[in-house]
Design a protein around this ligand. Structure first.
Ligand code: AMP
Length: 509
């Protein structure tokens, strides 16, 4: 694969299609399409404009905007200039953005026009000199960049120079900014481009948000390395996504996308006839969803696993079995091991903490050297915080987040095991298992389940149904039936919210 050039933009640039009028970004209105030759000129103009405003190499550009071609060009322009792109979830409130303004200390804040008035005071307090909007016009709009002549250079970078800071979605404590270097992102992108067999003619159907590693890095970087066309979709309308599959070959989604696609009557083999690859990640894909999708479309979803701090870590194979419930072996170049509390490697098949090492692993948390040091072992392995088992052939199965591990009566209970048992019961669509404060057991195993459409679930019946499957200490002491589980934008079940909501279950009589 060769040594990647240090600036990630240069790596993409070297692979832009020879036919420069080839389309890069495609949106609903053809006037908004972006061709590959425009990527060069527009990011050139944007970086000249950034320079004019004093944004230098290493300066942070904090961005809270909806998905659009211009937002993607701005990201690429920051890479090109060597500025550090810091995207924020569009759901963050003004108070939350104020934290990121203080923490990231950016040179510039870019937001959507309706947010400007609310965010400006926090930006001023944090000493941010420029607030710009991604609106169509107006004095403070980014489109002002169009008057600048393109700067055709690409900033020279050292291998460890930070390309982006992505804040972890941390549910407790302060959100941490993971610094990803140009080299981290390049290494991961080259590997994924290779293992997922990107080839000429591939077209990406992009329905993910672009403030998270999945949509911003995994999806866009693969497409850019391939000189591919990217069909951008904002929001997730399953019927539209199915209709657009007729003109695409690759789709990347979170598990919720797949359940919504399955609920869409037009999804069938004909609709996916031209598709080559369906990928899933960011949250666990139910085995039942995996099977139902294959039955309906003839395509086996390829599940992979990663995290903000490391990009992609494992992937099911492109050829060979894509095992439901398993996230595959470590990617080429990524060392993965499962260790116990003492840091000793666990026997194969036994659950422990997953640790990884590789060129994709971030350089550290922004301005948190102590936190960074705590999360790395002395031999360079990063402690992912995920609990997993590893099979003899190296395939990894995740069994829960370390912080979600339940210790009941002194015994470890891995939520995934209980969830899998519950999901297999008739009438159960999905479940989330958590530990709640319990006067006798320390933590009481508690399940929250969602019924299949039309099914009526009864707590006592569900508990009794697990009696023969699970050891007594693993059996849920309470089961709550709900219509849906709380999820974030990436489809992750918010277990912390469930724990808060149900905190008094065993302690208040
Ligand atoms: P984030 O940093 O927001 O991307 O979240 C990373 C976390 O999402 C990982 O540490 C895992 O706990 C979870 N995750 C990502 N992909 C998967 C997957 N395929 N299956 C289960 N959990 C996943």
């Amino acid at each position: 694969m060769g040594v990647p050039p240090p600036n990630l933009y240069a790596l993409f640039q070297a692979r832009f299609p020879r036919e420069k009028s080839a389309l890069f970004l495609e949106v609903d209105d053809p006037a908004g399409h972006v061709r590959y030759d425009a990527v060069e000129t527009e990011t050139g103009r944007l970086q000249a404009w950034l320079a004019e405003l004093g944004v230098a190499k290493g300066d942070r550009v904090l961005v809270q905007v909806e998905k659009s071609p211009l937002a993607i060009l701005l990201y690429l322009a920051c890479l090109r200039r060597g500025a550090i792109y810091v995207p924020l979830n569009t759901a963050y409130t003004t108070a939350e953005v104020a934290y990121f303004l203080d923490d990231a200390a950016p040179r510039m804040l870019v937001c959507d026009p309706p947010r400007e008035a609310a965010l400006a005071p926090g930006a001023a307090r944090a000493g941010v000199t420029h607030v710009r909007t991604l609106g169509a016009d107006g004095a403070g709009s980014v489109v002002d960049y169009r008057r600048c002549a393109p700067d055709r250079t690409v900033a020279a970078c050292d291998t460890d120079d930070t390309a982006a800071i992505l804040y972890t979605s941390g549910t407790t404590g302060r959100s941490k900014g993971a610094m990803l270097s140009h080299a981290n992102l390049a290494a991961n992108a080259l590997t994924l481009h290779h293992v997922w067999r990107w080839a000429p003619g591939d077209v990406l159907l992009h329905a993910l948000p672009i403030f998270h590693a999945h949509g911003l890095f995994v999806a866009l970087h693969c497409a850019l390395l391939n000189g591919s066309r990217v069909r951008l979709v904002s929001g997730f309308d399953a019927a539209r996504v199915v209709a657009l599959m007729r003109d695409a070959t690759v789709f990347m989604g979170v598990p919720t996308h797949y359940t919504r696609l399955l609920a869409e009557p037009t999804l069938d083999t004909a609709a996916c006839g031209g598709m080559r690859l369906f990928l899933s990640g960011s949250a666990p894909l139910l085995a039942s969803t995996h099977r139902a999708f294959t039955a309906r479309t003839g395509h086996e979803i390829l599940e992979r696993y990663g995290m903000t701090e490391a990009g992609m870590i494992t992937s099911n194979p492109y050829d060979g079995p894509r095992v439901p419930g398993c996230v595959g072996p470590g990617l080429p170049g990524v060392d993965a091991r499962v260790v116990d509390d003492q840091g000793r490697e666990c026997p194969r098949g036994e659950a422990g903490t997953l640790e990884i090492r590789g060129p994709n692993v971030f350089t550290g948390y922004w301005r948190m050297p102590e936190r960074t040091a705590e999360e790395f072992r002395s031999d360079g392995f990063f402690i992912t915080g995920d609990l997993a088992t590893m099979a003899d052939d190296g395939r990894v199965t995740l069994v829960g987040r370390a912080k979600d591990l339940i210790i009941s009566g002194g015994f470890n209970v891995y939520p995934k095991e209980i969830e899998t048992a519950l999901d297999a019961l008739p009438g159960v669509r999905e479940s989330a298992v958590i530990g709640l404060p319990h006067p006798d057991f320390g933590e009481g195993v508690t399940a929250v389940v969602v019924p299949e459409a039309g099914a009526h679930l009864v707590e006592e019946v569900l508990i009794a149904a697990l009696a023969d499957t699970l050891a007594r200490f693993k059996q849920p002491k309470r089961v709550f039936v709900v219509t849906e589980l709380p999820r974030n934008a990436m489809g992750k079940v918010q277990k912390a919210a469930l724990r808060t909501q149900l905190a008094d279950t065993f302690t208040v009589s």
